[in-house]
Design a protein around this ligand. Structure first.
Ligand SMILES: Cc1cc2nc3c(=O)[nH]c(=O)nc-3n(C[C@H](O)[C@H](O)[C@H](O)COP(=O)(O)OP(=O)(O)OC[C@H]3O[C@@H](n4cnc5c(N)ncnc54)[C@H](O)[C@@H]3O)c2cc1C
Length: 301
């Protein structure tokens, strides 16, 4: 179960007591506040708080550009201009605070994004729940043969079943031993801060994660990307939906320039110019390595 009954009650309570406010509110985000959206088998993402909206981005930009912004009179045009020219600080005027429940091995990838504020569940102070990520059969795949950092063909039949059985049994045994070690029934009981080291990386943890919109876009650009591991990508994709409703202009610009766009090297740009002129450009005469050429062809579709 992604949410405990206590968390469900807390959410119902928070949603039942709206406050009038003079602060800028984004109607799309108000609809999401506190609601926990399930991710993986026991995880979730929910918005605890946010600050700013599309207008806040424009307001900040107009401070820095003053009269110069008059030439871009509509907010969406201004936001697209800012995104296009990497003028990122106005996006930092918006912030979001999320409550995320996620497996520890996903948290290890997530925490590499240093430009956020984090407060994690303490397994020194509290006992971890018996909740482990067990992949759905359609995500149990073999090591990729073309990408060292990824998975390839699905495991099938008996092999898939055996893998899932090992994952479940090891998780259960580790948790049984964790409980046995911390128990103070007829013994002193090992400290929780030590007993936890026996738990596998698929156990769930929780944290509050606060980040500004500029750095959130950077996170989403990397983690909602097809190259990101599936288990973190599904969280990023869920967050994308929230951001699309929170700051629709900024999200559309992000989709266009960052998610859907591509950065080209000077060599690649030169190849495009030669192609437009009708020249036959191949990997051999492009000045690119085989890997660069493959990626370049991928960008050109
Ligand atoms: C597909 C994929 C595979 C990966 N594989 C590996 C791997 O095998 N091993 C591994 O260790 N990591 C790996 N990573 C993690 C990756 O190297 C980054 O640590 C992670 O994506 C966070 O990116 P970031 O540092 O840009 O983000 P943030 O920490 O959020 O920083 C955002 C930006 O702020 C600036 N910044 C932040 N802190 C500093 C600083 N101290 N000094 C200078 N500038 C700073 C940088 O411009 C940075 O881009 C992988 C990431 C992805 C997406």
């Amino acid at each position: 179960m992604p949410l405990s009954p206590e968390q469900e009650a807390e959410i119902a309570d928070q949603r039942a007591t709206p406050q009038p406010t003079l602060r800028a509110v984004a109607p799309g985000m108000e609809d999401h506040l506190y609601t926990a959206y399930p991710v993986l088998d026991h995880g979730f993402v929910r918005v605890i708080d946010y600050m700013g909206d599309d207008a806040a981005i424009c307001q900040a930009a107009r401070v820095s550009y003053g009269k110069g912004t008059k030439s871009v009179s509509n907010d969406e045009g201004l936001i697209r201009y800012l995104m296009r020219h990497w003028h990122s600080t106005p996006f930092e005027m918006c912030e979001i605070k999320l409550h995320v429940k996620l497996p520890v091995f996903v948290a290890r990838q997530w925490i590499r994004h240093r430009t956020a504020n984090v407060n994690e569940y303490s397994a020194r102070y509290s006992i971890l729940d018996r909740e482990f990520y067990i992949p759905a059969p359609e995500h149990v795949a073999a090591q990729s043969t073309v990408n060292n950092q990824g998975r390839g063909e699905l495991l099938e039949g008996a092999e898939a079943a055996r893998v899932l059985e090992i994952l479940k049994a090891d998780s259960a045994r580790a948790y049984d031993n964790y409980e046995a070690m911390i128990s103070d029934d007829g013994q002193q009981g090992l400290a929780r801060e030590l007993a936890r080291m026996n738990l596998p990386a698929n156990i769930y943890t929780q944290w509050y994660w606060k980040v500004d919109l500029h750095n959130l876009f950077h996170f989403l650009r990397l983690r909602a990307d097809a190259h990101a591991q599936y288990e973190i990508r599904v969280y990023a994709e869920e967050i994308c939906k929230l951001v699309a409703d929170w700051v629709p202009f900024a999200y559309r610009a992000f989709e266009d320039y960052r998610m859907g766009g591509a950065t080209l090297s000077a060599t690649a740009l030169d190849c495009i110019r030669r192609m437009v002129k009708g020249e036959e450009v191949t990997q051999e005469n492009s000045g690119m390595s085989k890997g660069e050429w493959r990626e370049f062809m991928g960008v050109l579709g």
